[in-house]
Design a protein around this ligand. Structure first.
Ligand SMILES: Cc1cc2nc3c(=O)[nH]c(=O)nc-3n(C[C@H](O)[C@H](O)[C@H](O)COP(=O)(O)OP(=O)(O)OC[C@H]3O[C@@H](n4cnc5c(N)ncnc54)[C@H](O)[C@@H]3O)c2cc1C
Length: 342
């Protein structure tokens, strides 16, 4: 499906991360025709881009689920309602009209929508580069580890002290020949549980340290690490260098949509409404008092946002969708759910 083949829809969801995908499910339940846009080529947002192989432990109902499996389940859950996915397509411009909105895309297409739900997460994200060795990108230096199996029998250096760095170090430990983690501070900024696992693992930990040079031709062969207070650098043999220094997030065009944005977050009320009537938002991109950025909270927020968008589009109808357990779909079939009136 290309953008030019979709002229209009009831709801346009901007962002096919986990929150946008669950929003597509609820929009389908409420019989809203739905288009889901994402600038990435694959659905799944941060999960697909950064940790498809990581186990997620805090999604309700799943004691543990691998990132890519959660994305697959979300796609399957929404599939009976046939949302239109426009991937590799960035939402750029917003026009407001009497009957709703028109969003223009980076590829020059125009999609009309009666309401919009923004689930743009951290926006378009770009990895922070290593202070040195950037020229090895694609020659042993990576920012993502989409396929851990490809690291078998490699000596690996992971740089960073946050969740991604620890997740990848722990994930690669049983796969690689050796794993070293280098962090510029004395303390890690990751989940305490991951820090404990790291300390009990065979991963070599070098803290208060920075990568000062990368050597090898044409691929990475050695990483030189300068440790605070030490006279000589530590040299580690490595054929893979994983730079997990975080990301610079760019809300980009969404910043210009006339929404109330504070500290790069879209402000919403308890119904998921932004400051512009008809535009809702949910997930990592939103803020309100007490906001916790998790997949679990994003799922609740988008259920609220989409159902309130439904009520906005259908005056007199309730935002409450009813309880859905009586309407389990037959395989490949959308459930016939009647939306209750107010
Ligand atoms: C390493 C790591 C591990 C994590 N582990 C956990 C965990 O164990 N449990 C947990 O609950 N959370 C975890 N998180 C956080 C979790 O991934 C996020 O809370 C979640 O992805 C937010 O979902 P989202 O759909 O709101 O946003 P995102 O996943 O960021 O998706 C947003 C999507 O919107 C798209 N987009 C943005 N702007 C535009 C635009 N203008 N046009 C088109 N598309 C656009 C982006 O390309 C992106 O695909 C982790 C995060 C990281 C980085």
């Amino acid at each position: 499906m290309t953008a030019s083949s979709v002229k209009s829809c009831d709801v346009l969801i901007v962002g096919a991360g986990p929150v946008g995908l669950f929003g597509a499910y609820y929009a389908g339940v409420r019989t809203l025709s739905t288009v889901v846009l994402d600038s990435l080529e694959e659905p799944g947002g941060q999960i697909t881009a950064m940790y498809p192989e990581k186990a997620i432990f805090d999604v309700a109902g799943f004691p543990a689920i691998k990132g890519r499996d959660l994305v697959a389940q979300l796609l399957e859950q929404a599939a009976p309602f046939k949302p239109h996915y426009l991937l590799g397509t960035q939402a750029v411009g917003l026009e407001r009209g009497d009957g709703g909105f028109a969003v223009t895309t980076g590829s020059g297409d125009r999609i009309e929508a009666r309401a919009i739900v923004i689930t743009g997460g951290i926006g378009t994200f770009t990895p922070r580069p290593l202070p040195t060795g950037g020229e090895y990108l694609g020659r042993g230096l990576v920012h993502f580890v989409p396929e851990p199996a490809a690291y078998a029998d490699h000596d690996i250096v992971v740089v960073g002290g946050g969740d991604s760095a620890l997740d990848w170090a722990l994930m690669l430990e049983p796969i690689g020949r050796s794993v070293t983690i280098v962090h510029r501070r004395g303390e890690f900024r990751a989940h305490q549980h991951s820090v404990e696992l790291l300390k009990r693992s065979s991963v070599r930990i070098i803290t208060d340290a920075q990568v000062s040079a990368v050597h090898g031709d044409p691929e990475v062969e050695r990483v030189e690490i300068t440790v605070k207070g030490a006279d000589e650098p530590v040299v580690v043999t490595a054929s893979k260098l994983v730079a997990a220094l975080g990301f610079t997030a760019n809300l980009g065009p969404l910043m210009e949509w006339g929404l109330d944005i504070q500290k790069r977050q879209i402000m919403v009320d308890t119904a998921g409404r932004t400051s512009v009537p008809g535009i809702y938002a949910a997930g990592d991109i939103v803020d309100y008092e007490g906001k916790v950025k998790l997949i679990a909270t994003g799922f609740g927020e988008v259920a609220t946002a989409v159902n309130n968008a439904f009520a906005y589009l259908n005056p007199g109808m309730s935002a409450f969708p009813g309880h859905l357990s009586d309407y389990a779909p037959a395989p490949g079939e959308a459930p016939a759910v009647a939306s209750p009136t107010a």
